[in-house]
Ligand binder design. Structure first.
Ligand SMILES: NC(=O)c1ccc[n+]([C@@H]2O[C@H](COP(=O)([O-])OP(=O)(O)OC[C@H]3O[C@@H](n4cnc5c(N)ncnc54)[C@H](O)[C@@H]3O)[C@@H](O)[C@H]2O)c1
Length: 258
């Protein structure tokens, strides 16, 4: 018996990075996955990995800001399984290269659209199912950038900070239905998102000197997707049952020091 045996878990942005690791870990714990991802190729790869490990998943190739497609996918998962136990709002972009002095309203709206508005829409879609079944878990993937900033990522930070506040709001509103809503704030993770303009930001000499060698990250390494996947499994599992509205920071101690 796994920690998520027979649970129906929806993960957005499941094609790579944290979403992939979360989906695989949930599958290993016995869950049936609904994979949502706009990149059809990586979506198929993760579904194949799950299948190779003996797990089950359905694939939903869509952009989470296509709300009609998102709604059809949630309807499909519900119709197929009769329930939805967990939603992990993981899909996001981080276009962080500009400051408020030179970014545009269009860029701001695009980031807020994917990283915040689509989370609202997806949560609302599953909340209808979960309130009717009177159980469920909604887990938002926020970021340490939601409460501290490395600069040049205003719209990303604004969305991630809003998710922390919205976690609390949703937790209070949905608690009467036994729906638990929590968030995870990863620190520096080694994923495709950490590659900016072809450079892995977690491997530059400056990064290694400051964050690793000088132990600005007390645990002395960047995070791996698997480090976050276990935390998400905990939040989705029955080991987490009296905790809602909380933010779990998974950053190797980075924001615990100065
Ligand atoms: N990488 C980090 O250092 C880091 C740190 C803190 C928080 N996070 C958060 O973790 C989550 C995952 O990040 P990651 O590093 O794995 O990113 P990533 O870019 O490697 O993967 C994101 C996945 O989401 C998908 N996606 C993006 N926009 C989408 C959309 N509109 N519709 C459908 N799918 C979409 C992408 O195709 C990709 O497969 C994000 O919420 C991110 O903000 C990452």
């Amino acid at each position: 018996m796994g920690l998520l045996s027979d649970q129906i878990c929806v993960v957005t942005g499941a094609g790579q990075g944290l979403g992939r690791a979360i989906a695989l870990e949930m599958s290993r714990e016995g869950a049936t996955l609904a994979l949502i991802e706009r990149n059809e190729a990586t979506l198929a790869e993760v579904a194949a990995e799950i299948s190779a490990g003996g797990g089950r998943s359905t694939q939903h190739g869509l952009d989470v800001t296509d709300y009609e497609a998102f709604a059809r996918a949630i309807d499909d998962v519900h119709a197929r399984h009769g329930r939805i136990d967990v939603l992990v709002n993981n899909a996001a972009i981080n276009p962080s290269t500009k400051s408020i002095l030179d970014d545009t309203l269009e860029e701001w709206r695009r980031t807020i659209g994917i990283n915040l508005e689509a989370v609202y829409v997806g949560s609302k879609l599953v909340a209808k199912v979960m309130t009717a079944q009177r159980s469920g878990r909604i887990i938002h993937i926020s970021s340490i950038q939601g409460f501290a900033s490395s600069g040049l990522c205003g719209s990303y930070n604004a969305a991630k900070g809003a998710l922390i506040a919205y976690t609390k709001s949703m937790a209070v509103e949905l608690a009467p239905f036994d729906i638990l809503v929590n968030a995870v704030a990863p620190g520096f993770m080694v994923t495709p998102m950490s590659i900016v303009n072809g450079v892995d930001e977690t491997a530059t000499p400056e990064f290694v000197d400051w964050y690793i060698d000088r132990r600005k990250i007390p645990l002395g390494r960047s995070g791996l997707p698997e480090d976050v996947a276990g935390t998400v499994v905990f939040l989705a599992s029955n080991y987490c049952r009296y905790m809602t509205g909380q933010l779990l920071v998974v950053d190797g101690g980075l924001t615990s020091t100065f």
